[in-house]
Design a protein around this ligand. Structure first.
Ligand code: PHE
Length: 339
């Protein structure tokens, strides 16, 4: 009798395999599953007869029945998986790495700020910071700019209160650093500054500056020029020309504006440099003795130089960005080019 049941199981397995082979659709496969393995299916039919055989043989038949059940369900699952795979529009290559969504990148101005600070770090300058809401003392008076002097107008100022402004430059941090530290001082100060300028292709009401300050005994104009020249050659390339033009700032004497050979035309003259072959990158000079006196330094003992540059303008030169507004409008189509 158990022989008989084992024979039934063999036939059931063979017929099940054949039925699975012929089942083309998910519905067909489900029908096969129900017919062979379902609660009222053929396998159950065989198991119902277990009671008719001797108790010692039941486990043998039971084990064989499980084997058949597992073999058939695995075949049905495999057939379904294969059909899903073949049915996909393109075969899926599971060995390919996943697609990474764009996660953002550093802003072009940040890239320029980081690079400039790194170059100055190698020259011995450390980073410092100061507040964006600044008193008129630090923003103007300490820097030898009397409030009724036209120089205070030079920056069209956002006033937050009678004596508080949005800083119009990073130079107030010069005074803050000197007040709290003794020479030797070598700092660079990146940060935002604000001016009541129209928002157009070449002006923004808020933009970045990097201030630099070096103070010690015996610092000369030669140190100033050599430091700036070393920076320009590192940042713009070893063949870049540098030009120091006399200028005026109340907090430096003498003062200079620093030009580099036009990065776009190489100095021949183009629309970007208005035909001059030069592009201005910073205001600078030797620290005015009055500034030293204002922060309590002995102006007979100490000398130094300071500079201020606009990394947004420099990013525009470097990446040939035609309109400064692109830097402040957070358009991902623009920003993702720098990721
Ligand atoms: N603060 C000046 C400006 O904003 C730049 C400058 C800094 C000039 C340091 C000289 C020395 O235009």
């Amino acid at each position: 009798m158990s022989e008989e049941l084992l024979g039934q199981l063999d036939r059931l397995e063979a017929e099940g395999r054949e039925a699975i082979r012929r089942a083309d659709t998910p519905d067909d496969r489900e029908e096969v599953r129900v017919r062979f393995l379902g609660r009222k299916g053929r396998l159950t039919g065989v198991l119902r007869q277990l009671g008719t055989i001797s108790p010692e043989l039941r486990p043998v038949v039971g084990a064989r029945a499980n084997e058949v059940k597992e073999a058939l369900s695995e075949l049905i699952d495999a057939a379904s998986a294969k059909a899903d795979y073949a049915g996909a529009e393109e075969p899926i290559d599971l060995s390919l790495p996943g697609r990474r969504p764009w996660q953002g990148g550093r802003h072009p101005v940040t890239l320029v700020v980081e690079e400039i600070c790194e170059i100055f770090r190698e020259l011995g300058f450390v980073r410092a910071a100061g507040p964006e809401a600044e008193t008129t003392w630090y923003n103007f008076t300490a820097l030898n700019i009397p409030l009724d002097h036209p120089a205070a107008d030079m920056h069209d100022t956002f006033f937050l209160g009678k004596d508080v402004v949005l800083r119009t430059h990073t130079s107030p941090v010069q005074a803050r650093v000197m007040e709290t530290h003794e020479p030797p001082i070598r700092v660079v100060v990146p940060g935002m500054v604000y001016r009541r300028d129209p928002f157009d292709a070449s002006h923004a009401p808020g933009f970045e500056q990097i201030e630099g300050l070096a103070v010690d005994e015996g610092i000369t104009f030669v140190d100033f020029k050599a430091t700036i020249r070393a920076f320009v050659e590192r940042f713009f390339g070893p063949d870049t020309k540098t030009r120091f033009r006399p200028s005026y700032f109340p907090f430096t004497e003498p003062s200079a504006e620093v030009d580099v050979g036009c990065q776009i035309c190489g100095g021949h003259g183009c629309s970007a440099c208005k035909g001059t072959g030069w592009m201005e990158i910073m205001g600078a000079g030797m620290v005015h003795p009055a500034v030293f006196e204002n922060v309590g330094y002995d102006s007979d003992r100490y000398t130094g130089f300071a500079f201020g540059m606009g990394p947004a303008r420099i990013a525009m030169l470097r990446y040939r960005i035609p309109d400064i507004r692109l830097l402040y409008e957070s358009d991902v189509r623009f920003l993702e080019q720098f990721a």
